[in-house]
Design a protein around this ligand. Structure first.
Ligand SMILES: C[S@@+](CC[C@H](N)C(=O)[O-])C[C@H]1O[C@@H](n2cnc3c(N)ncnc32)[C@H](O)[C@@H]1O
Length: 224
């Protein structure tokens, strides 16, 4: 199913994916988010492709004020329900956007995109816009798959999975204005389609926009 207007998967495609089951993802925050964000003082965060809300809810629980956005209304409704159950509904602003067409306004201390892969989506373009939404002193965290899952090419048949170096080049960040804090691959064990544990290789790019943070708290202080 595709969005008739763009030829790339849109709301209908992702709604159909989410409608297949009451829960697609685990509900846990992504391990890379926990690893990379635990040392940051809470401020404002933007979660791109927020899915069922595991990352946004984890951030909100740690004191971040979160804007979470996804193309799928089903995912957003589901995520908002989980946030209410977790008691953090007032800390998360859920916004529906096709990020190839519109983008949340504002500047954020953290802009996070985890596994924002979609067939035909101009991902580099979306992530360049994401970099523009990072406040001075803020962090852009992009975590993605490094390769197709073995034996499962159904969901992302034509998706290119860039190395962190390729991604950094594609972002075209102005020299002298950003610091590369993390750029590398890591392995993650997940349950495969056959129910057995499978190892996947993901990659992480964490870059910080130089400048004074807008947040009153400094990096390194303990979150609430
Ligand atoms: C692989 S899922 C990852 C979900 C979540 N970040 C996670 O790690 O569990 C990709 C998400 O991106 C969303 N998405 C895909 N294309 C999008 C677009 N053009 N604009 C906004 N969200 C999009 C999908 O609806 C889906 O929730």
């Amino acid at each position: 199913m595709t969005d008739d207007t763009s030829g790339t998967p849109g709301e209908a495609y992702w709604d159909a994916r989410y409608a297949q089951s009451e829960r697609i993802w685990s509900g846990d925050p992504n391990a890379a988010l926990v690893r990379e964000v635990s040392d940051l003082a809470p401020g404002t965060a933007l979660d791109l492709g927020s899915g069922e809300g595991g990352d946004a809810i984890w951030l909100a629980r740690r004191g971040w004020r979160v804007t979470a956005t996804d193309i799928s209304g089903i995912a957003l409704d589901r995520a908002a329900g989980h946030a209410a159950a977790a008691g953090v509904a007032d800390r998360i602003d859920w916004q529906q956007h096709d990020l190839t067409e519109s983008f949340p306004t504002g500047a954020f201390d953290l802009v996070s995109a985890h596994f924002l892969h979609s067939p035909g989506m101009p991902r580099d373009e979306v992530l360049r816009t994401a970099a523009g939404a990072v406040a001075p002193g803020g962090v852009l965290l992009i975590v993605g798959h490094a390769e197709q899952p073995s034996g499962d090419h159904s969901h992302h048949p034509d998706v290119h999975f860039p190395t962190p170096e390729e991604l950094l080049g594609a972002l075209g960040l102005p020299p002298g204005e950003w610091e590369v804090q993390v750029s590398g691959e890591h392995e993650r064990v997940q349950t495969g389609p056959d129910g057995l544990p499978a190892t996947r290789v993901d990659n992480t790019l964490r870059v910080r926009r130089l400048g004074l943070s807008l947040s009153p708290k400094s990096e390194g202080s303990r979150p609430r």
